[in-house]
Design a protein around this ligand. Structure first.
Ligand code: RB5
Length: 145
């Protein structure tokens, strides 16, 4: 089995989340979809941010992916969890830098501002980019000190 990656969304990110789950499967990962399983315009992003961020924070998995309309609500909620470095990325370059410099372990996509195609491309860039370490290692370590 491939690497497990927790994935979640709210209603605005619902369609993009389903595309991301399919793409992760195609790439050989094992996405754990925390939902929503059906579109509910009344759902709330913290209910999906928390299980994904918790799994990353506890070390149960190495990485997670979240999406909502702006990505901001998911970001507020996910980054409260120790050791979570959730990066809101609306293009491939930000996703790349979030990995190279910040060792981001949770990708957040703003579904209202990226197409599904762009979202998939951003996901690819984020998955394939490594952490540079060095001076960035020191900075990342200081976050939790
Ligand atoms: C939901 O209406 C919306 O607030 C949410 O998707 C997100 O944009 C919050 O940050």
């Amino acid at each position: 089995m491939g690497e497990k990656i927790f994935v979640g969304a709210d209603h605005v990110g619902f369609n993009l989340k389903n595309r991301l789950v399919d793409e992760l499967k195609k790439l050989g990962y094992e996405p754990i979809d925390v939902g929503p399983k059906k579109l509910d315009p009344a759902d709330d992003y913290p209910d999906y941010a928390k299980p994904v961020a918790k799994a990353v924070s506890s070390g149960e998995v190495q990485r997670g992916v979240l999406t909502c309309g702006t990505g901001l609500g998911m970001s507020y909620a996910a980054n409260r969890f120790p050791k979570v470095r959730a990066a809101l990325a609306w293009n491939e370059q930000i996703a790349e830098l979030s990995r190279e410099h910040g060792d981001s372990n949770l990708l957040i996509l703003p579904a209202q501002f990226v197409s599904e195609e762009q979202g998939i491309n951003i996901l690819h860039k984020w998955l394939e980019t490594g952490f540079e370490g060095g001076r960035h290692q020191r900075r990342v370590e200081k976050i939790d000190k």
